[in-house]
Structure formats: C-alpha cells, structure tokens
Design a protein around this ligand. Structure first.
Ligand SMILES: Cc1cc2nc3c(=O)[nH]c(=O)nc-3n(C[C@H](O)[C@H](O)[C@H](O)COP(=O)(O)OP(=O)(O)OC[C@H]3O[C@@H](n4cnc5c(N)ncnc54)[C@H](O)[C@@H]3O)c2cc1C
Length: 285
C-alpha cells in the first residue's frame, strides 16, 4: 500500500523546521530516518497532511563528550552509535544495544531521536535512556526543555513531547570508574523486536551491586524501571528475592509473541543474565 497524498517540505535548520511545522499545523509530522513513520503512513494508520523532513539539519547530527556528559544528536543513526568510539568509552550500554536493533539497513537510516519520539515499548533506546539516567533535550519556538528520561516516556507510543517540539539531543552522564552496564534481550529471531529485554547498570561492591538501574522493555506499555528489584539489589538482597519482586514491578499483557506468564518468566531469566554480566561474583554466590 502507498500513503495517502500529503505535502512535503525539507527543513534547512531547526528554526526553519519549527516555522514549517507551525505553518503546516499540529497534525503535520516530522520525518527523520522514516523507518517507523513510513511503514505507518503506508498502512494509513494516521491521517498526516504534511511531512517536514528534518534529516538534513546539521545541528541535530553528531555526538561529543564535554564536562562528564555525552551528548548525542537526535539524527545520530543506530549504526553510528554502534560504531562510535566515544560511545563505547562513555556509555558502553549503547554500543552493546545498537546491534540488537532491527537489521543493518534499518540501523543505517533509523535515528536515536526518531526511536525515542516514537516510543515503541519494545524498542531498545528508551530502556537504555532510563538505565543511564539520560536527559532528553527538546526545542520549540519558545525555548528548550530538558526532560529526565524517567519523565519522558508516558505510555504506549506516548511521550512528554508537546506539539511543535523537536527532540534535538540526549545527554548521558559518562560511565563512572568501576561501574558496569549490560543489556540482554530475548527475541524469536535475530533483528526482531524483543519479546522481553533488560538494559541495566550497577556498581559491583562487596560481592553485590549498588546504584542498580533495571530498565525493562517489551514488558508493558512503555520502558519500565523495576523499582522493587532495584531496591532489593541496592540493599544487598538476594538475587532470587529481586526476581520475586518483579512480580509486583511488572504487569505485562499477552501479545502476539508471548503470554503474560511467559513474559514474567523471561523477565526473571533476563535479570539473572544481566546480574551475571554486571557482577559475576554475585551470580555465582
Ligand atoms: C522491520 C523493522 C524492524 C525494527 N526493529 C526494531 C527493533 O528491533 N528495535 C527498535 O528499537 N526499533 C526497531 N525498528 C524501528 C527503527 O529503529 C526506527 O528507526 C525508529 O523507531 C525510528 O527512527 P526514525 O529516525 O526512522 O524515525 P521516523 O520513522 O522518521 O519517525 C518516527 C516518529 O518519530 C517522530 N520524530 C522523528 N524524529 C523526531 C525528532 N527529532 N523530534 C520529534 N519527533 C521526531 C516522527 O514524527 C515519527 O512520529 C524497526 C523498524 C522496522 C521497519
């Protein structure tokens, strides 16, 4: 199927994109890599009168590290993140996550900003942003807003982005000495969206872990921090107690890939695997 007829304009810079959007009205959509949006348009899932192409806006490209913060532009592709040396050094979770996203062709075009704005509950980047305590930077005609990842993902394909706001970058604290990050997921086939996944960080300490973040994906309407399990691990509790706490932390629904019961089981499998990666001592204790 082909999309319904729509208008198209390519923005030369951020100000131009915001002006074009205002002129086209709130139902117009930004297009970045097009890897999610075009499929939706072809299936006619949304009535979109106009597309504003932001893919050539230079200020949204590239990444850099300054003052303990890694800043990644919204147009940085999954593939660029995956092969970036600064990302590998300062946020290795993202290096590990990138190859889990779809297939090479999609990773070459799909962007970080597009993935976060789309907010698919089974996507890797939203969970990574939660696990790394990232800040999402958005821009409108009235100025900039900086939104902690924990406040950005509101529900199924729903974010804190307001009409006429463009996601411009994410800012991530660089990994501290001794801290570890890991991601594990279970998918039916390599490249598929995960049935269940877990992005995590923690600091090995006294045979356990402290300052643990556990961000699950594919297990609810959005990426979720497993607060109860995090608390138990932080307090030096037992791994199996943390697994049990997931029963309260997560409330997955049946979907086409797995039943809710199966998903709860997979969440525990993933926690054991992630803890083994973050703290080999703890997993064998
Ligand atoms: C077959 C297939 C398999 C896939 N598998 C996975 C997977 O396993 N894991 C995964 O995470 N993803 C997967 N994806 C999705 C892919 O990662 C997309 O690239 C990504 O979700 C969207 O990025 P994009 O740049 O293509 O965004 P687009 O498709 O261009 O846009 C997506 C949405 O975000 C909005 N948007 C884009 N950029 C901005 C911005 N800067 N500010 C505000 N709004 C913006 C658009 O208006 C649109 O609503 C898959 C896609 C396909 C087609």
């Amino acid at each position: 199927m082909k999309p319904a007829p729509l208008a198209y304009a390519r923005a030369s810079d951020l100000g131009h994109a915001l002006a074009l959007w205002r002129e086209a009205g709130p139902d117009a959509r930004l297009i970045a890599g097009g890897q999610s949006l075009v499929a939706g348009l072809n299936l006619r899932l949304a009535d979109v009168p106009a597309l504003i192409d932001i893919s050539r806006i230079e200020s949204l490209c590239g990444l850099g590290c300054e003052g303990g913060t890694l800043r990644i532009g919204a147009l940085t592709t999954h593939a660029e993140i995956g092969r970036s040396e600064p990302v590998a050094r300062h946020a290795p979770l993202l290096t590990e996550a990138a190859p889990l996203i779809a297939h090479p062709a999609i990773r070459t075009r799909g962007t970080l900003g597009g993935s976060l704005a789309y907010a698919d509950p089974a996507a890797e980047w939203p969970a990574c942003m939660l696990a790394l305590d990232a800040v999402i930077v958005v821009q409108s005609e009235t100025g900039e807003r900086r939104i902690p990842a924990a406040d950005f993902f509101l529900g199924l394909f729903e974010t804190a982005l307001q009409p006429f706001e463009i996601l411009v970058a994410v800012e991530i604290p660089v990994i501290a000495a001794g801290r570890r990050q890991a991601i594990r997921e279970l998918a039916r086939r390599s490249g598929d969206y995960a049935m269940a996944g877990l992005a995590a960080a923690g600091t090995p300490s006294d045979g356990g872990l402290r300052d643990v973040t556990l961000a699950y994906f594919g297990l609810g309407s959005t990426a979720i921090l497993a607060a109860g399990a995090m608390r138990i691990l932080d307090q030096g509790g037992d791994l199996e107690d943390a697994c049990a706490a997931l029963d309260d932390d997560l409330d997955p629904a049946d979907d086409l890939q797995a039943s809710a019961t199966m998903k709860r089981h997979l969440a525990k499998v993933l926690l054991r695997r992630v803890v083994a990666a973050l703290s080999p001592v703890m997993s064998t204790a």
